[in-house]
Design a protein around this ligand. Structure first.
Ligand SMILES: *[C@@H]1O[C@H](CO)[C@@H](O)[C@H](O)[C@H]1NC(C)=O
Ligand SMILES: *[C@@H]1O[C@H](CO)[C@@H](O)[C@H](O)[C@H]1NC(C)=O
Length: 132
C-alpha cells in the first residue's frame, strides 16, 4: 500500500485536550530524530505565540509515556512519516471539540500549520514540490 506514497513528511492528529503538541513515543525507545521532532513542535508553538495565539506546550518523546496503538505511532512506525504529532487544541479539555467552536478556535492555530510547512520546506526544500 505505502509503496505508492511518494513523500509524506508530517502527520497531525487533531483533538482538543489542552493546547499541547505531543510527539508520542510508541515504544520505550526514542526515534533517531526525536530532537528535531521536538524542535519542530517548539517552532510551531513559538510561531503561534508570536501571532498572539494560545500558549502551546510541546511534549517530547523523552517526556511523554509510551502510547502505542494510536494513529500517531502508526504514522511513524508503519507509514514511516518522519514527523507525527497529536495536536491538542484549546484549553478546556473537551477532547472532542464541538463543531460550533471550530470557527472561533481554529484560526488561533493557523500559524502552527504555516510553521510546519515552512520548516518542512526548509529541511526538504528541493525534494518538496512547491506547487503541491
Ligand atoms: C529498545 O532498545 C533496546 C536496546 O537497544 C532493545 O533491546 C529493545 O528491543 C528495544 N525495544 C523496542 C520495542 O524496540
Ligand atoms: C521557525 O522556523 C522557521 C523556518 O526554519 C524560521 O524562519 C523561524 O525563525 C522559526 N521561528 C521561531 C519562532 O523559531
Amino acid at each position: 500500500m505505502y509503496n505508492k506514497v511518494i513523500l509524506l513528511l508530517l502527520y497531525l492528529n487533531l483533538h482538543s485536550y489542552g493546547n499541547r503538541l505531543i510527539a508520542w513515543k510508541y515504544t520505550e525507545n526514542l526515534t533517531d530524530c526525536y530532537e528535531r521532532h521536538v524542535a519542530m513542535g517548539n517552532n510551531a508553538s513559538a510561531t503561534v505565540a508570536a501571532a498572539g495565539g494560545p500558549s502551546i506546550t510541546v511534549v517530547g518523546a523523552d517526556e511523554g509515556y509510551v502510547m502505542s496503538g494510536g494513529s500517531v505511532g502508526y504514522a511513524m512506525e508503519a507509514a514511516k512519516i518522519l514527523y507525527s504529532f497529536a495536536f491538542e487544541l484549546t484549553d478546556d479539555h473537551e477532547v472532542l471539540l464541538p463543531e460550533r467552536r471550530l470557527r472561533e478556535a481554529l484560526p488561533q492555530y493557523y500559524q502552527a500549520f504555516v510553521s510546519f510547512a515552512e520548516q518542512i520546506r526548509k529541511e526538504f526544500g528541493a525534494k518538496v514540490n512547491k506547487n503541491g
